[in-house]
Ligand binder design. Sequence first.
Ligand code: ZN
Length: 222
Amino acid sequence: MLGYDKILRYVLYAVCLGVIALILSPGSAVWRKDEVVKVPAAATQPIKSETKPEPVIAANPPEPKIAPAPEPAIPANPPVTVPKLIVPVSGIGPQQLHDNYSDARSEGRVHNAIDIMAAQGTPVLAATDGVIRRIFYSERGGNTLYQLNSYGNMVFYYAHLDRYADGIVEGKAVKQGEVIGYVGDTGNAGAGNYHLHFAIWTVSDPKKFYNGDHINPYPLLR
Ligand SMILES: [Zn+2]
């Protein structure tokens, strides 16, 4: 005879087995959860792959770079200040200078420079620090020398040189007071009219260093 106890026990076993079978069945919630998780995971991947092409829109970063660009252009203003100069002829003091900056020249030209009188062969000195930009012979200037300042926006021009100092070549850096040449009368200075023709001008493009807005050197050498 089966007692109620045994019947209840079998019923409980049956219920437990049923529950276990339900849990382990492929369609149970246990497996569905995994599948449900897998599906969204797989679903997000294509979304990611869709977003990958978007980085091309990362062309945004360059825009902020364009914005700060104007700033470097601003520093061009302060350096235009003329540095402290020395009289570029050895042994000549500021009191010996004459302001002939505005003198008329042939063909309606204006002098735009000062002539510093000195004996032939007197050392010509760099008026300031800079770089020898160009040395060449011209009909008017004779042996000429163009010195560019370190900012590349100001030129110091020396003309009628008898000759250049040893070692003076284009591209050479020179210090203020360094001998760059010697006083002469080459070009249209006039035979025996030994002097240094000295001019200063500002340039907007270092490549076009040969002309610009002239500055009177006279007050700057006093
Ligand atoms: Zn002159």
